[in-house]
Design a protein around this ligand. Structure first.
Ligand code: FEO
Length: 397
């Protein structure tokens, strides 16, 4: 299927309804995804991005619905990651001498993914290629999502194709934001930002500022995943600005795991304390919850309470991956505290607090530990712990 964005500009991508794990098994995609590629037919013809390799033939079929694939004059590879460049080898079989436009970093990364010396043309910010009536203008966007990433803008049609930026993993029947459930779209867009782009938030702000200064009209933002922003396209740019600035709501996320329910009882007592102070919270047992979904909730909240019993002088293995993520994703302006039960050595709270330090999460109060199963009095202390956390969080800048 091909879908027209504007006269002479077509979506020729693929909807992948069934993918439930992305980046190998690193990222959950409960709502599937799309690999968006765009075909521009002017005096010259350009293909902007391809699709993941297994879907190459579907891309080629879509192109052939609009034009003979051999008529493509330029292939723009905004980003080397194989969900976008995976279709290049099949496409290039038809047009082996066609120019492949890449950023300077893209020349290396595209080559190192496919090991083929196509006819590369490197571009940098401000460079352009005339297609006839309109031209393609390029803006490099390093780390959105890889060092090679760039945006492509089509003059005349005022379409920005920013690859991963402003996208989301979301399969849908409609291609445009005015044709789908906006709440679902935003759930997936913030998950994408929280799990993939937060380490680069400073660069996001700089890139948006730089782009806004160009003062160019934008009618459509057409990312490489999910829906195309046609209705009020700048809404997602403004959302990115807000997300990148580290704003969060005054709520708290409690994550924990438990062996014989002692730490779970503590988690619920602490939650009661938060509730008594009117603090909104969400509670997740990491043994049964999706890591990427929980990270998204942590991204949205200001407070994070982490609980684990002590196991082998450390923490339960289900807690460790998310601690590693918190270090790597570099969420801003978070405050936290630790809790958990223990039997003899009791390193759990210290271990969680060390991880707060690594992730630059401010420790809001000393952690709380209970030996073996909590007594009624110890659970009351956990309630008080929750109350104190809520009061401190409300008072902190
Ligand atoms: Fe959708 Fe960074 O690839």
């Amino acid at each position: 299927m091909a879908v027209e964005l504007k006269d002479g500009v077509y979506w020729v991508g693929v909807v992948d309804w069934n993918i439930k794990k992305f980046h190998g098994h690193e990222y959950s995609t409960h709502r599937g995804t799309t690999y968006n590629a765009y075909l521009i037919v002017d005096e010259k013809t350009a293909l902007v991005d391809t699709v993941w390799g297994p879907y190459s033939q579907e891309l080629i079929n879509n192109i052939e619905k609009i034009t003979d694939i051999k008529k493509i004059d330029y292939v723009i590879a905004n980003h080397a990651e194989v969900d976008h460049s995976g279709g290049l080898p099949e496409v290039m079989k038809y047009i082996p001498d066609t120019t492949v436009v890449v950023s300077e970093r893209g020349q290396e990364s595209i080559f190192k993914h496919h090991h083929r010396r196509w006819n590369f043309k490197t571009v940098k910010t401000g460079d352009s290629i005339s297609l006839g009536e309109n031209k393609l203008v390029f803006v490099t966007a390093p780390m959105l999502h890889w060092p090679d990433s760039m945006f492509t803008y089509l003059t005349g049609k005022n379409i920005l194709m920013p690859n991963d930026a402003f996208g989301m993993h979301y399969a849908s029947a409609g291609r445009f934001n005015d044709e789908v459930d906006e709440t679902e779209v935003y759930q997936e867009a913030i998950k994408f930002y929280a799990n993939i782009l937060t380490p680069f938030s400073e660069l996001v702000i700089k890139k948006i500022d730089e782009f806004k200064k160009l003062n160019i009209p934008v009618d459509i933002i057409a990312p490489s995943h999910g829906i195309i922003w046609r209705k009020d396209p700048m809404q997602i740019v403004n959302k990115y600005y807000e997300w990148a600035s580290g704003k969060s709501d005054d709520s708290t996320v409690i994550i924990y795991d438990t062996m014989w329910n002692a730490t779970e009882k503590m988690a619920h007592a602490i939650a009661q304390g938060l509730a008594e102070e009117g603090m909104k919270f969400k509670l997740f047992n990491m043994a049964v919850c999706d890591r990427n979904d929980v990270l998204t909730e942590i991204f949205k909240a200001r407070g994070i309470l982490i609980g684990s019993p002590t196991l082998n002088n450390g923490l339960l293995p289900t807690i460790k991956p998310i601690l590693e993520d918190l270090k790597g994703l570099k969420f801003r302006n978070k405050v936290g505290a630790a809790f958990g039960s223990y039997g003899w050595s009791g390193e759990n709270v210290k271990c969680i607090e060390q991880n707060f330090e690594r992730a630059k999460i401010k420790k809001l109060q000393e952690g709380i530990k209970v030996k073996w199963q909590p007594t009624k009095e110890e659970l009351e202390k956990c309630v008080e712990f929750g109350r104190n956390f809520a009061i401190s969080l409300k008072g902190c800048e």
